[in-house]
Design a protein around this ligand. Structure first.
Ligand code: KG4
Ligand code: ZN
Length: 327
């Protein structure tokens, strides 16, 4: 089966081709327009998707050496995401489906982050997945394909959002997560102890207090001081975020008794989180799955693999499918 997948839920226009041999192409056109605003501007995002979607799909087909005639299935992100952004990908996918008479399947973006783990590996069910992105932070018990139980989630900001907003206070460009990751490698995580909210309570998360705490801690510091201590500050913030994420992941494992864990979403690209997850797996004798770094942040390959899994279960959609911003 040859699958063409399209992802446009936020600020990355992505198209991928997945064949029986694996991922043949995964083109990601990231929108630089938002950098000067320090965050994603929804209207600009949808306009940028419109501009780039045709060429992104063409590039994906070309790189995969697969023609549109050879495509058997279109997989597309249905939600969650920005309505205007979702509409562009969905309308494009429906157009191709209608004009070429190709079956279509809508994919939940958060499911796709989880199933990105199935691109290169075959995790065994059940497993607990820590899904951490710019919009979501969830602990999910994945019992069987598409049989999920959300064990805990953030009550306010997402982990990626915390990286981005605190990074912005530190003067780092959007998205600040990858910059803080790079800087924290040269810093001391024990430089300052930032709070880890709800650390000993349940499986929910809260990151808005961390943002406020960082704001208060930094408000009377000079720009020069911040600059001189940027590595240590990045490491200390990363420690607070990843510390609580791993603590709750461990708690979820103890609660469910699973033997296998996974991490997924943009923040799963974070080196401190990856190494803490490796340590946890070692300590508890668990099998750990982490997607290849290119499949952590938003990409269409994860939409393709999820579409494939849905199609194998006979779960197709039709042209009446609508975008669902809060799916
Ligand atoms: O999954 P994703 O690409 O988009 C959403 O679905 O939200 O995640 C984007 C988020 C951003 O907040 C970004 O700063 C964060 O993932 N991120 C990272 C790293 N790479 C991306 N955060 C920390 N360390 C990283 N290496
Ligand atoms: Zn995402």
């Amino acid at each position: 089966m040859n699958i063409l997948a399209i992802e446009s839920s936020c600020d990355d226009t992505s198209a991928a081709v997945l064949t029986d041999e694996g991922v043949k192409s995964n083109i990601i056109a990231s929108q630089s327009i938002h950098v000067k605003f320090g965050g994603v501007v929804p209207e600009l995002a949808s306009r940028a998707h419109q501009k780039t979607i045709s060429q992104t799909v063409e590039q994906a087909l070309e790189e995969a050496s697969v023609s549109m005639e050879e495509i058997d299935l279109i997989a597309v992100t249905q939600g969650p995401g920005l309505m205007g952004s979702l509409l562009v990908g969905l309308c494009f996918a429906k157009g191709v489906s209608l004009s070429r008479n190709i079956p279509i399947v809508g994919v939940n973006h958060m499911d796709a982050h989880i199933y990105a783990n199935f691109i290169d590996e075959t995790p065994e069910f059940p497993f607990v997945c820590l899904t951490v992105s710019g919009g979501h932070t969830q602990l999910v018990l994945v019992k069987a394909p598409f049989e999920h139980e959300i064990l805990g989630q953030t009550r306010d900001d997402a982990a990626g959002e915390a990286f981005d907003k605190i990074g912005k206070i530190l003067g780092l460009p959007y998205p600040a997560g990858p910059h803080m990751d790079r800087l924290s490698g040269k810093g001391d995580p024990g430089f300052h102890k930032f709070p880890q909210a709800l650390r000993n309570e349940g499986l929910d998360f809260s990151f808005s207090g961390l943002k406020t705490s960082a704001l208060y801690f930094l408000q009377d510091k000079s720009e020069e001081w911040k600059k001189n201590n940027l590595n240590d500050l990045s490491a200390s913030i990363s420690e607070a975020i990843t510390g609580v994420l791993i603590k709750k992941l461990k708690k979820a494992v103890l609660q469910t008794g699973v033997k296998s864990i996974a991490i997924a979403g943009g923040v799963s690209a974070n080196s401190m989180l990856r190494s803490k997850a490796e340590q946890l797996a070692l300590e508890m004798g668990l099998t750990l799955h982490i997607p290849h770094i290119t499949y952590c942040t938003d990409n269409a390959a994860m939409i393709a693999i999820t579409g494939k899994m849905k199609a194998e279960l006979g779960q197709f959609d039709d042209l009446s499918m609508k975008p669902f911003a809060s799916l």
